[in-house]
Design a protein around this ligand. Structure first.
Ligand code: BGC
Length: 464
């Protein structure tokens, strides 16, 4: 497909999110870093005078950290398990094994000092066949939420993080697959109702879906199972179905727990306009950011969003992403763009007028110093927006440990810890120590002089 001087299919892989079908006619060079635009942050006044304590969190997802089958539990399969059996799928294995190592992970979370932990339920695990729920599996997630609470960590429950049970899959007919399966809406309603009934005693914060916008786009370009492009018509249908599913979940959650806090988890990219954008690519890209959010904004309490990078809104730039390298990009070729985070906070605040939560932010980096610099620069951006009056209520780092990164397998390292499988412990990287000291230093609330976020203190923090 990488053919010069004729139409080409380009798919952008970003986060577990992705990109678009476009026509290009000639190759070009893309830079290996983005220049700052010298953005001047406007002042806002929507931050409460006495804001509640900032949420310091970690986000994970079940399929990326759990093992394939629970000891003694029912066997189950997700679309990703089916995918790996087809050409192009990447196999997940048991090296992280978080399902049977709850206490190991809790120890690491406690050491970090986080106030919140966002995890997801593996739908296929708790409902291995239609209408048949596995009580032990449900009890596992309820126990995890309970244990978090006991440790003073607030659970944030995500009900869907990209994976479907195999019984909602139809790899031969994409119009009947996943959210578009004829049974999806009924099954989703039953699943959400069952999970709420069992977990609501311990969970008050709910995130019904993770990055539905990235998923729809991933289906469009064939990056999600079954790995075939779905086409524009289905893309629209899928977007609609995802919005409906979110609203359905929100009303079930509120009926189950009237004091529930419901948040979105949207993938937000900071798009920079390309001066040669002759095809309206920039506008199309903005639609990617907001389409789903616009549909659900009336049902949420906080706008939760995942922010990883900036990107030039140009087919050629996306095409060359994987070839980028150097200090300005991550190991996956994504542009490191903390200024973009600042700009997106302003934009989301203006657009939705709700408090914001950064539900994921992190970097694929084998070089942990790069991760530390990334962490600081992005938190510095958050701090600037707080000082300017924006109502940002929390930050969740992605992620606790190196784990399965979808079609990229175990190559990219996003973790604050490595997993020592022999000793069965999570080993903190220097970035974990840094995150811990930033949390303890209250750089987002109590500390009015957050010098810990200045670049010069990085070395000192490492030395501690
Ligand atoms: C997803 C995660 C993924 C991360 C890094 C986000 O888009 O929610 O599942 O691992 O990005 O790619």
């Amino acid at each position: 497909m990488k053919t010069r001087n004729r139409p080409a299919l380009i798919a952008l892989r970003r986060g577990a999110g992705f990109f678009v079908l476009v026509l290009v006619s000639s190759p070009a060079c893309s830079p290996n870093s983005l220049n700052s635009t010298g953005y001047v942050l406007p002042h806002a006044a929507n931050r409460p005078v006495n804001p509640p304590p900032f949420w310091w969190g970690i986000s994970t997802s079940s399929y990326q950290i759990e093992e394939s089958a629970a000891d003694g539990g029912r066997t189950f399969a997700t679309d990703w398990d089916l995918f790996k059996q087809t050409a192009g799928g990447v196999a997940r294995d048991d090296r992280v094994a978080s399902f049977k190592n709850t206490e190991r992970d809790l120890t690491a979370l406690k050491n970090l000092g986080v106030t919140h932990y966002r995890f997801s339920i593996e739908w296929a695990r708790v409902e291995p066949s239609p209408g048949v729920f596995d009580n032990d599996a449900i009890e596992h997630y309820a126990a995890l939420a309970r244990r978090l609470r006991e440790e003073g960590i607030e659970p944030v429950l995500c009900l869907w993080h990209f994976t479907f049970p195999d019984w909602l899959c139809d790899f031969d007919h994409l119009s009947r697959h996943g959210w578009l399966h004829p049974q999806a809406s009924i099954a989703w309603g039953e699943y959400v109702t069952t999970m709420c009934a069992r977990l609501a005693p311990y969970v008050q914060i709910f995130a019904p879906q993770n990055e539905p916008n990235a998923y729809a786009l991933g289906m469009l370009v064939g990056h999600f199972p079954p790995g075939r492009p779905s086409g524009e018509a289905l893309y629209d249908e899928l977007n609609q179905a995802e919005v409906q599913a979110f609203l359905q979940a929100a009303s079930i959650i509120r009926a189950c727990r009237s004091d529930a806090t419901i948040i979105s988890v949207q993938n937000i990219v900071h798009w920079r306009r390309d001066s040669f954008d002759l095809i309206g690519f920039y506008e199309k890209s903005l639609e990617y950011n907001y389409r789903h959010l616009d549909g659900i904004a009336g049902a949420i309490d906080y706008v939760g969003f995942n922010y990883y990078s900036g990107e030039i809104a140009s087919p050629l730039s996306l095409y060359q992403m994987e070839n980028r390298a150097g200090p300005g990009v991550t190991d996956m070729g994504w542009y490191i763009d903390p200024e973009g985070l600042e700009i997106e906070i302003v934009e989301l605040s203006r657009r939705y007028r709700l408090p914001l939560i950064i539900t994921e932010n992190g970097i694929a980096a084998r070089d942990d110093e790069k991760r530390q610099a990334y962490l600081k620069s992005h938190l510095r951006a958050v701090r600037r927006t707080l000082d300017a009056g924006y109502d940002v209520r929390g930050y969740f780092h992605w992620t606790l440990m190196d784990c399965f990164e979808w079609t990229s397998g175990y190559g990219p390292q996003f973790g604050l810890h490595t997993v020592d499988t022999q000793a069965n412990v999570l080993v903190p990287k220097a970035s974990a120590q840094l995150y811990r000291s930033l949390i303890a230093g209250r750089v987002m609330d109590g500390n009015t002089n957050p010098t810990m976020l200045e670049p010069a203190t990085l070395v000192a923090t490492n030395a501690r």
